[in-house]
Design a protein around this ligand. Structure first.
Ligand code: URA
Length: 465
């Protein structure tokens, strides 16, 4: 049920048809939307009262979608000034409840990624940070387009509940030190409505709209600080570095003005993170990290993001000391124990955490093999993400179900020397028609070259604080 569905609108009779219609429609006329849209279209600023009335009106169903969509498109082109953006964000937060987590001691620190391919970091990061003493209230999203979503990965655990009310959210956080949930209908409902409209009207790609959308949820969930992982590269939502940097700067600055401390990292998303792309297989890789194994890049990014969170949460004086604490929580098993606690409290089946071979696994398998000897020069994250989506790991429409057991397990990463015929990846799927649809995309994601390539192991490209 959307926030708009929940809004009980008084009804009145339509004079001509006699049909009942929302009385709200009559009140729409009181908002001068056409002149506000025109002001923004022409590059002028909107005053604070207008901005608040627009967000309030949109979340109460008083602004028709066609007017809101026109305004959003004007914002895509003209942007919002810092003052406008501050007011817009404030109104988005005020559209719903705001959790107070003050009862739980310490700085509450969340991490948010703009979305990538093979990005399972939250699943191992949140328990590790919690094990080091920083509470992590994490509200995550679902996959959309070619990027995966943490909620879908968590739902590979039988029974795991991601829809939690405010009391349950706080209780799990208090008992486990972390909570992994979805956005509730009562938190920032304006964002839910606007995001759905933006998704359907090609108005997602706007830095002020993205920044305010992300921050409205983080502020409403009660976080004190946020580490933002802004992805750059072919598998990222904003592939160009300059745009990603502009988004990171906007989020740091806007969050700071709203009282949320934010550190943003620009991180590489040209090839997938780690070796697994898919829901259950990514969860299995995150569990491997918590057990002290797993791919080097997944571990390195977990350590770096975790270190930033511990410094923001005032558990460590600097990043090196913080990384040592995270390594300690891996070595002692304390991180894994936190994940078990969180899964148990959220109704999930602990047997799959203790034995990830019990996670869903699609029965049909195809292998992608090298057609020539050489070096792997490119492993296109965007293409692999789109291929995984076609297999059923992600969704092209918001109402689609994902298939937890499908996915891609990579044998090689960029820079590896490979013999002709060697296996590059194993693809798991349920429906042969889906494999046929994804096959070319997946095969073409692997690009071989005749000579060695210089590979940068640096995943963090810039830090913006
Ligand atoms: N993620 C969000 O939460 N909002 C956006 O606008 C884009 C990505």
């Amino acid at each position: 049920m959307t926030a708009r569905d929940r809004t009980r609108r008084p009804v009145s009779k339509d004079k001509n048809s006699g049909a009942r219609r929302p009385a709200a429609r009559a009140r729409r006329a009181t908002l001068p939307m056409p002149s506000w849209i025109a002001r923004k279209r022409d590059g002028a600023e909107l005053d604070d009262d207008a901005l608040r009335a627009i967000i309030d009106g949109a979340s109460r169903g008083l602004v028709p979608d066609y007017q809101m969509a026109a305004l959003l498109m004007a914002i895509v082109w003209r942007g919002l000034s810092p003052r406008e953006l501050g007011t817009w964000l404030d109104a988005m937060v005020a559209s719903g409840d705001r959790l107070s987590l003050d009862r739980i001691p310490g700085m509450k620190v969340d991490k948010h990624s703009t979305g990538g391919v093979g990005d399972k970091i939250s699943l191992c990061l949140a328990p590790l940070v919690a094990a080091c003493g920083v509470p992590v209230p994490m509200m995550s999203g679902r996959s959309l387009g070619h990027t995966g979503g943490t909620l879908d990965k968590l739902e590979a655990i039988p029974g795991f509940r991601t829809a939690l009310g405010p009391r349950a959210f706080e209780r799990v956080l208090e008992k486990a030190g972390l909570v992994l949930a979805g956005q509730s209908a009562r938190l920032a409902p304006a964002d839910r409505l606007l995001y759905a409209l933006r998704d359907a009207t090609a108005t997602v790609e706007s830095i002020p709209l993205i920044a305010s959308s992300i921050l409205s949820k983080k502020i409403a969930e009660g976080a004190d600080a946020l580490v933002m992982d802004v992805k750059v590269g072919s598998g990222a939502f904003l592939p160009e570095r300059a745009r990603a940097r502009a988004l990171a700067r906007t989020i740091v600055e806007l969050g700071g003005r709203a009282g949320l401390r934010v550190v943003a990292l620009l991180t590489a998303m040209d090839q997938p993170i780690g070796r697994a792309v898919g829901n259950a297989c990514e969860l299995a890789e995150a569990i491997e990290i918590l057990r002290g194994g797993g791919p080097a890049d997944t571990r390195a990014l977990t350590l770096r993001l975790g270190a930033e969170m511990l410094v923001l949460g005032r558990r460590a004086r600097d990043r090196d000391a913080a990384a040592a604490l995270i390594e300690g929580a891996i070595g002692s098993g304390a991180g894994l124990e936190r994940l078990r606690r969180c899964v148990a409290l959220q109704g999930g089946d602990l047997r799959v955490i203790d034995d990830p071979r019990r996670l869903p696994r699609a029965p049909r398998v195809k292998e992608i093999r090298a057609r020539a000897s050489g070096w792997l020069t490119r492993l296109d994250a965007g293409q692999l993400g789109r291929g995984a989506t076609l297999l059923g790991a992600g969704r092209l429409r918001q109402d689609e179900r994902v298939d937890a057991g499908v996915g891609i397990e990579l044998d090689h990463k960029v820079g590896d020397e490979i013999e002709r015929g060697e296996r590059l990846a194993t693809v798991r799927f349920n429906d042969p028609a889906r494999w046929s649809a994804a096959r070319t995309l997946l095969e073409q994601a692997f690009v071989m070259g005749a000579g060695p390539v210089r590979v940068s192991r640096r995943m963090v490209l810039e830090t913006i604080a």
